[in-house]
Ligand binder design. Structure first.
Ligand code: 5GP
Length: 193
């Protein structure tokens, strides 16, 4: 059986990664999206085990020490990590897996798994990104400033990714993502063989 591929969807916060991943899975239900662990407090609509595994800092540390994370990073003052076992099991069973994680985590995974593909999702312009970060409404001024600074640094990493998707329109950007995933999972046959 062929192994599955690991697609890492990453890029600055506010670029709309979450919306694109939801739309992608609606159109490609065979993809499996990893559920991350985090020490962040759940938002009202979020459910444990569905949106994230919500852990205390001590529980998170315990899992780091036990080597259970494929990658982990601190993002905007909270810790986030991808649980290794669930991802590796699905890939070995031939499933294509999606991670939606921050750039620090994305480059950690690439170091260990050379078959992984890094996809950078960006807003059409820096002004759009700033508008989206400011209008999310969930954060206070300090948190918005931190997110804007992090986003500016993360925009500079674009050239190190395997594929770039501009999120100017959700459907168009999702189609771009789907075409890229198909081109990796089912490369065209070599007619000369
Ligand atoms: P939020 O708290 O808004 O759900 O996510 C904040 C940031 O954490 C987003 O950029 C998201 O991609 C990132 N993130 C979510 N899960 C993980 C993870 O497992 N690992 C890493 N490194 N980043 C994550």
């Amino acid at each position: 059986m062929r192994s599955g591929h690991l697609f890492i969807i990453s890029g600055p916060s506010g670029a709309g990664k979450g919306t694109l991943v939801k739309e992608l899975v609606r159109l490609m239900p065979d993809l499996w999206v990893s559920v991350s662990a985090t020490t962040r407090t759940p938002r009202p609509e979020e459910r444990d085990g569905v949106d994230y595994y919500f852990l205390t800092p001590a529980e998170f540390d315990g899992r780091v020490r036990a080597g259970e994370f494929l990658e982990h990073a601190e993002v905007h003052g909270n810790r986030y990590g991808t649980l290794r076992r669930a991802v590796e099991r699905r890939i070995s069973h031939g499933m294509d897996v999606i991670l939606e994680i921050d750039p620090q985590g994305a480059f950690q995974v690439r170091k260990h798994m050379d078959r992984s593909r890094l996809i950078f999702v960006k807003a059409p312009t820096p002004e759009d990104l700033e508008k989206r970060i400011r209008h999310r409404g969930a954060e206070n001024d300090d948190q918005i400033r931190t997110r804007l600074e992090t986003a500016r640094r993360e925009m500079e990493l674009e050239g190190s990714y395997d594929h770039v998707v501009i999120n100017d329109d959700v459907l168009r950007a999702t189609e771009d993502l789907m075409a890229y995933i198909h081109s990796v999972s089912e490369p065209p046959e070599d007619k000369d063989l």
